[in-house]
Design a protein around this ligand. Structure first.
Ligand code: ASP
Ligand code: MG
Length: 455
């Protein structure tokens, strides 16, 4: 049994949904369980509808409801054009959900207040709609799809908009509701992202992008052989292709390497969301639904050791340096320093220290002013905005060999503000001027992944 998750673009329109159906048709004998996102862009639109309604802008909200309704009904019509009865049934079912959405919008307008709980009631509609539509589309292509109400499986706590899953309850529900369908030869289809609070059954969501998390939780609950995350890129690449046009596909990557890349700029998927599966030894594939013949990227707990797997980068980083003679030969200074960051809920990315100074980088500058005031109590503070980070990630980076020398010579004369090698030796991070991030990535990529020589 495998779990196949399709993101918003893989179910974005009738053509994409039809392609998704044929991907599943080709995997019948592997007993797929399907998890789908909302139609691409639908969740954003639903959240906007909720906000507008609560602000009293009901006309705008309701016209967005109708635009979203049209989009879903058009896809239904196209996908079910050979079966008028099914088309009418599904259109009716979807339309009823849109009526409910319009009623929710009006209620929010009256209340003039948007609670996380009502936000989830609205945001969850995207996956409720897409899962019904995808079941119908699969059936129209002859696949024995069966709808699973994700809220009966994805049992969570009651932290609306970022609910925490309860893995034991999910495992029990998945075994009870999904497993029999799989055994009977059906193809269960459920929405990702949404769940319900244990005890009350009120609808919750797992947070933005939560469908990958749903797929991983269901895969872990069913002890799946593999999880496939179908998206709109070929997999994870050796660098961002917008910066490094000849970036290439990483065929296999370790979970820890993927996590480092995500933290330092790669955007394909957030590794935390696949942790429940990877930790149980379930391999996770990232695949392109527009090019299903591609090999994709395989993420596993362990991966082949190599010095460099990929280069990531991001700009818009702020560097803070605290110099204090008090640091010399004293203990506890670091703790005091980091408590300041903790107090201001600001997470630190890269750290480097000398005997009398500490440099850290942060992404989130929303508490910067307060942070700096508190840091000044510890020493002289300098702040450098508009820095960037370039990260060289590989689980064999510090195994010896020439990787470090290659990295430093590739960076060449670019101004380096900070350098840090993680203790696990998997990530060499260089802080440069913001505008040097792309050139640094290009140089490093050229050095570690020289273009194939055509002979
Ligand atoms: N539809 C949700 C979102 O856009 C969840 C997901 O697609 O993963 O955040
Ligand atoms: Mg996504």
């Amino acid at each position: 049994m495998i779990v196949c998750k399709f993101g918003g673009t893989s179910v974005g329109d009738a053509q994409a949904i039809a392609r998704t159906a044929s991907i599943i048709a080709g995997r019948r004998e592997r007993q797929p369980v399907v998890v789908v996102s909302a139609l691409g862009g639908a969740t954003n639109m639903l959240l906007r509808i909720a906000e507008q309604s609560a602000k009293g802008q009901l006309i705008g909200a309701l016209s967005a409801v109708e635009a979203l309704r049209d989009r879903h009904l058009k896809q239904t019509e196209t996908l079910l054009r050979d079966d008028a009865t099914a088309s009418a049934d599904i259109s009716g079912e979807l339309s009823a959900m849109f009526d409910e959405l319009a009623a929710l919008a009006e209620a929010l307008k009256t209340l003039g207040d948007l609670t996380p709980r009502s936000l989830d009631a609205i945001a969850s509609l995207g996956e409720q709609l897409s899962s019904v539509l995808v079941v119908a589309a699969f059936r129209a292509q002859g696949l024995p799809a069966e709808h699973v109400d994700a809220r009966q499986v994805m049992i969570t706590d009651a932290q609306y908009t970022r609910a925490e899953p309860h893995p034991d309850a999910i495992a029990e529900a998945a075994q009870r509701l999904i497993m029999p369908m799989v055994r009977a030869g059906s193809i269960p289809v459920m929405g990702g992202f949404i769940g319900s609070a244990q005890g009350t059954g009120v609808t919750t969501t797992l947070g933005r992008g939560g469908s990958d998390y749903s797929a991983s939780l269901v895969g872990a609950a069913l002890q799946a052989e593999a999880i496939e995350i179908w998206t709109d890129v070929d997999g994870m690449l050796t660098a961002d292709p917008r910066v490094v046009p000849d970036a290439r596909l990483i065929e296999r990557i370790g979970f820890d390497e993927a996590s480092e890349l995500a933290a330092f700029g790669a955007k394909v998927l957030h590794p935390n969301t696949i942790a429940p599966a990877v930790m149980r030894g379930i391999p996770v594939w990232v695949l392109n639904s527009a090019r299903p013949e591609g090999t994709g990227t395989l993420i596993t707990f362990d991966s082949p050791r190599r010095p460099v797997t990929a280069i990531a980068g991001k700009s818009g980083v702020t560097l803070l340096k605290v110099r204090s003679p008090r640091m010399l030969l004293t203990e506890g200074f670091m703790r005091t320093l980091f408590e300041v960051f903790e107090r201001h809920h600001t997470s630190v990315d890269v750290v480097a220290t000398s005997e009398v100074s500490v440099s850290v980088t942060i992404d989130d500058v929303s508490r910067l002013e307060a942070l700096v005031i508190d840091l000044r109590a510890l020493g002289d503070v300098t702040m450098e905005r508009n820095r960037g980070i370039v990260s060289i990630v590989g689980n064999g980076l510090s195994d010896g060999g020439s990787a470090m020398a290659t990295a430093l010579s590739a960076i060449g004369e670019l101004r380096v503000h900070m350098l840090s090698l993680s203790s696990s030796g998997i990530n060499l991070t260089v802080v440069v001027d913001g505008e040097q991030v792309n050139p640094a990535m290009q140089r490093l990529h050229r050095a570690f992944f020289p273009a194939a020589v055509v002979s």
